[in-house]
Design a protein around this ligand. Structure first.
Ligand code: WTA
Length: 646
């Protein structure tokens, strides 16, 4: 692995123009020594002690990794700590009056919390949750949008050793019910509703419906966000009343083993069932703190903004846990980037003098479309570093971001990771490495990854293959740690490895370029949806025989869902389309509603009766169809092509 040394940079220039980080950035960077790669390599796995040292432990670990040669992997096995303590309490002596959280809602609506105030909130809510009878290792489900109470409840849970399961607020009642059912949660925290593009969206009625659908008794705590005066019957509590009752109380943080679960989050699995991902207390927190420090260059005196939704892993790791573990000021925004105006994001950056900004390529493509005059009308000179995550960022978007947001100066980190990895595994180190627009970078120090062919052999430089992670990492989830659940994914070929199911190429400097998912998940605006989940929702609609969904290139969201549907022919297509859209909205949420529904008398199938998704993907993208010899019904292709929107 080259470590940003001179030889490495020279070859980098041969492959693709590489851009060195500016000297002013390197000088102040948290990590700027190029020897960091070699040191981590030499000292692996002890190198990860450097990450653990960013936290405050109850019992510091004496061991870094047990089981380095096989399962189960135990990171920092004899260490104990509490996440709420390390994210809040331990900062109090030095920075109790520094802002921990700045929240911005719709225009004119904002709130902020110092570390001292956050401490008070979290303690009161932890006492209230304890009063509701929850105990260490119980699961509490949280169904809130980006409001300050969301991180407060998360941190209150972990203070008690309670495992939180945050469900994205845009998910439907059915999706919530399924998660409530599967986690065995008996407590749900939600709100009456919230604003989206300035209009009120109801939330509590979705929670009510989910509660009815679950057999177990579920108590519900409802935050009054909109003043909707919702009815709170038996089993319901008002958040503010409950919190006020416990105001001023403190709760001792419960020490947890490093290997205990910190939280659960669900992601789209290849099988169609959402897959539970449980992250550990010590390994995960060390990994998010270290990557916030080394990759996002976060410093306590910074104002740092990750524009994600806490309902997804990015928000967990890089709005809540990473930045708070480092004692910085984290910004939380509940709103869209174009409401009320298309300069909303830049207005917030200017107002709070944001130092580090982390967003998704889909947002950057929207900013590009809206035009540079929006960022140009604000002073963005406070920005020092820009980051992206969620999907590949193409070179023009990368350059636009650096030029128009970063003033042509800020380093840009293209960070690759997943719900399963918990934290960043692949990126340049902005204080060390040259950047190559379009290529994410190298595996971080201490991380070992490769690109292999179907036989598990490394592909040569420039050849496409499958990404594999060949050594355990601290942020690995429980199921990979113990080998339960994902045994097959983790045990293919010689030795241990994990398959993230992404395609990639590698260049002569070890820089990886990501090529997208190789499983059947569709990544829309940086969010993964399983084709199976979408297809079952569509197939459940009366009047549908069968359906196949594929991803089609989309100018803004990167990929859009195209649904190919074969109808029974007994109902009008317009009506059927509406019911299909509603079914997807109800099963998953409006985020997953197909961009196009194409009706076809038959789906293209192989002689053995398998739907040829590859062909549908080509049709949806207006590409050449390639080899169609396996196709049983080639006569439908012309029709499919003409029915697919451009
Ligand atoms: C994709 C989001 C290319 C990838 C943190 C991965 C990326 C999936 C990048 C995980 C990137 C994420 N370049 N592709 N920088 N970052 N991805 O679980 O396909 O919602 O497997 O986690 O997003 O999505 P998830």
């Amino acid at each position: 692995m080259t470590g940003g040394d001179e030889a490495g940079r020279a070859t980098a220039l041969d492959d693709r123009p590489a851009i060195d980080p500016p000297a002013w950035f390197v000088e102040q960077a948290n990590v700027s020594e190029s020897s960091v790669y070699d040191r981590f390599e030499r000292e692996w796995p002890d190198c990860w002690r450097r990450a653990a040292d960013l936290l405050e432990w109850h019992e510091p670990p004496t061991d870094v990794l047990r089981g380095a040669d096989g399962l189960p992997f135990e990171w920092f096995p004899d260490g104990t700590l509490n996440a709420s303590h390390t994210c809040i309490d331990r900062h109090l002596p030095e920075r109790k009056n520094q802002l921990a959280l700045i929240w911005e809602g719709h225009v004119g609506e904002s709130r902020s919390y110092t570390y001292r105030e956050l401490y008070r909130e979290v303690n009161a809510v932890a006492a209230a949750l304890r009063g509701k009878g929850v105990e260490a290792d119980d699961v509490v489900t949280i169904y809130l949008p980006n409001v300050p109470e969301l991180p407060v409840v998360m941190l209150a849970c972990v203070r008690l050793g309670v495992i939180h399961n945050v469900v994205f607020a845009g998910f439907s009642a059915n999706a919530l019910a399924e998660r409530l059912e599967r986690t065995g949660s008996s407590l749900l925290v939600t709100c009456d509703g919230y604003y989206r593009r300035g209009s009120a969206v109801a939330q509590k009625n979705k929670a009510d419906n989910a509660r009815i659908a679950v057999e177990r008794d579920v108590d519900v705590v409802v935050l009054d966000r909109l003043g909707l005066d919702v009815h709170l019957g038996e089993g319901y509590d008002d958040y503010d009343r409950l919190r006020a009752e416990y105001d001023g109380e403190t709760v001792d943080p419960v020490p947890r083993d490093a290997t205990d679960t910190l939280f659960r989050i669900y992601t789209s699995g290849t099988t169609g069932q959402p897959k539970a991902v449980d992250h550990t207390t010590g390994g995960y927190l060390s990994h998010v703190a270290w990557t916030s420090h080394a990759v996002l260059d976060v410093k306590p005196e910074d104002t740092y903004w990750c524009s994600a939704d806490i309902g997804w892993i990015t928000g967990h790791s890089y709005i809540v846990y990473g930045p708070l573990a480092l004692g910085t000021t984290t910004v939380l925004y509940n709103g869209t980037p174009d409401h009320p105006e298309k300069d909303r994001i830049w207005e917030i950056v200017e107002e709070y003098a944001v130092d580090v900004f982390y967003t998704a390529p889909t947002a950057i493509r929207a900013f590009m479309k809206w035009g540079e005059r929006h960022p140009a009308s604000h002073d963005l000179s406070s920005l020092r570093l820009l980051g992206t995550v969620g999907e590949p960022i193409d070179e023009p978007a990368w350059r636009w971001y650096r030029e128009h947001i970063g003033g042509g100066e800020c380093p840009v980190v293209d960070t690759w990771w997943q719900t399963e990895t918990g934290a960043i595994l692949l990126s340049t180190l902005p204080g060390v490495d040259a950047m190559k627009p379009g290529a994410a970078g190298k595996p971080l120090p201490g991380i070992e990854m490769g690109v292999v062919d179907s036989a598990g052999e490394p592909v040569g430089t420039g050849n496409a293959g499958e990404l594999v992670v060949t050594r355990p990492w601290p942020g690995m989830p429980q199921s990979l740690r113990t080998g339960e659940g994902w045994g097959a994914a983790a045990a293919r070929g010689e030795g241990w490895h994990y398959s993230p199911e992404d395609g990639a190429t590698v260049d002569g400097d070890g820089y990886l370029t990501l090529l997208g998912r190789i499983d059947d998940a569709i990544n829309v605006a940086g969010r993964r949806f399983s084709t199976m989940e979408l297809e079952s929702a569509i197939a459940s609609v009366d009047g549908v025989v069968e359906a196949a969904v594929v991803g089609a290139d989309h100018a803004t969201t990167g990929t859009a869902v195209y649904a190919y549907v074969s109808p029974t022919g007994t109902c009008a297509e317009a009506d059927l389309q509406m019911r299909i859209e509603r079914a997807v909205e109800s099963a998953i949420g409006s985020v997953a509603v197909p961009e196009a529904v194409v009706f076809t008398p038959e789906l293209p199938k192989t002689r053995s009766g398998k739907v040829m998704r590859r062909l549908l993907t080509a049709v949806a993208n207006g590409e050449a169809l390639g080899d169609i010899s396996a196709l049983r019904n080639p006569e439908i292709l012309g029709e499919l092509q003409s029915a697919t929107p451009e």
